[in-house]
Design a protein around this ligand. Structure first.
Ligand SMILES: NC(=O)c1ccc[n+]([C@@H]2O[C@H](COP(=O)([O-])OP(=O)(O)OC[C@H]3O[C@@H](n4cnc5c(N)ncnc54)[C@H](OP(=O)(O)O)[C@@H]3O)[C@@H](O)[C@H]2O)c1
Length: 340
């Protein structure tokens, strides 16, 4: 084995409020030679995602936190350098979950092989990966959209939100999305959103929602929470479905979380509000993958990636998710992509 070391980002301390680069340390570690059933992989793409803010905090969640000194977790796409598993060959391109490091020795059964002829390999952690599945199941299974509905998506220019809006249109709905800034609003128009709302440019969110959704809102796909959700709940229609997918506006809050202040509206409109977690749908991943792939081939779903180069920039890319630096899926290119 020629590769005997890896560089890895470890959690140095638990952030207070917005994460900072100093909350992470870049360290070098020795790699052990792969044993039977293991493979040595090199990282090509690392996915940084908002849920990682939860993993670096303590407190009750659906997954245990990264310990102080632990390697940061994360979805990864890479290439096998040495395999000791009959199903994985040297040179294979794979998707896995080995975190913020440039090499790793991992269990081969945690790897899924990728065929670059099928789709660009980076999409395995994007539109054809966890964020794509979140959009698919969150909208179709939890939001239950019907043709003619108005679907309002917050965080619409991100990895999940952009896909939600396009699936809503495929389902025969009117898709309206909110995002921060002119470039993101232009992107939403480019990928076919019927209506948009730039929440950073609006002083009066309620009036802006009335303009963007003149027929009210039948499905609210919430990636953000906060003041926008308060305003949306006052504009839902009878029998509306509210999908709580993410609450990114509150992920860096230091104080006690503010709940939605107008749940009364759920009574008035006999509406349903439901949280969703993508891993509950893992057993149906193939279904989402097949349909999303088909829609991409047909040009009905478009996707964008924001790529930052270099493992050393992983914390910066992660923090950028909370300042809105990304359009579409935020990736870190850690090593060369042999397919491009
Ligand atoms: N429940 C699940 O299973 C599941 C799975 C995946 C993701 N999620 C959630 O879905 C949401 C979107 O995830 P993603 O991976 O697609 O990320 P993303 O939308 O690609 O990136 C995050 C975006 O959030 C917006 N944002 C950041 N801080 C904000 C704030 N204070 N107020 C309003 N918007 C803010 C920014 O866009 P702007 O420039 O528009 O502000 C930023 O670009 C996140 O809340 C995430 O936690 C949930």
């Amino acid at each position: 084995m020629t590769q005997t070391k890896t560089r890895q980002w470890r959690l140095a301390r638990r952030p207070v409020g917005m994460a900072q680069e100093a909350d992470f340390t870049l360290a070098e570690a020795d790699l052990t030679a792969p044993r039977e059933g293991e493979a040595l992989v090199r990282t090509i793409y690392l996915s940084v995602d908002p849920y990682m803010r939860g993993r670096i905090s303590e407190g009750p969640s659906y997954a245990s936190p990264v310990p102080i000194g632990g390697v940061m977790v994360g979805g990864t796409v890479g290439q096998v350098l040495a395999s000791r598993d009959p199903d994985i060959k040297d040179g294979d391109l794979v998707v896995g979950y080995w975190g913020w490091q440039d090499h790793a020795v991992v269990k081969a059964r945690g790897l899924t092989k990728l065929d670059p002829k099928d789709a660009p390999i980076s999409t395995a952690v994007g539109v054809l990966g966890m964020p794509g599945r979140t959009a698919y199941f969150g909208l179709l299974d939890v939001g239950l959209p019907r043709p003619g509905d108005t679907v309002f998506v917050s965080g619409a220019a991100g990895a999940v939100g952009a896909t939600v809006g396009q699936i809503a249109r495929i389902t025969g709905c009117t898709a309206v999305g909110s995002a921060g800034g002119g470039a993101k609003i232009a992107y939403l128009k480019e990928i076919g959103f019927d209506g948009t709302l730039d929440y950073k440019a609006e002083n009066d969110l309620r009036a802006a929602l009335d303009r963007a959704c003149p027929k009210g809102i039948d499905v609210y796909f919430d990636n953000v929470g906060g003041a926008l959700t308060d305003a949306v709940l006052e504009r839902i229609n009878l029998g509306a479905r509210v999908v709580i997918c993410g609450q990114i506006a509150g992920y860096n809050e230091r104080g006690k979380e503010q709940g939605p202040r107008n749940l009364w509206q759920l009574i008035v409109k006999r509406a349903r509000i439901q949280g969703m977690l993508v891993s509950d749908f893992d057993h149906r991943a193939d279904e989402a993958n097949t349909r999303l792939r088909q829609w991409i081939r047909e040009g009905r779903i478009k996707y964008r990636e924001t790529v930052v180069d270099g493992l050393e920039n992983a914390p910066k890319a992660f923090i950028g998710l909370f300042t809105g630096a990304n359009i579409g899926k935020q990736l870190v290119r850690v090593g060369p992509d042999p397919t491009r």
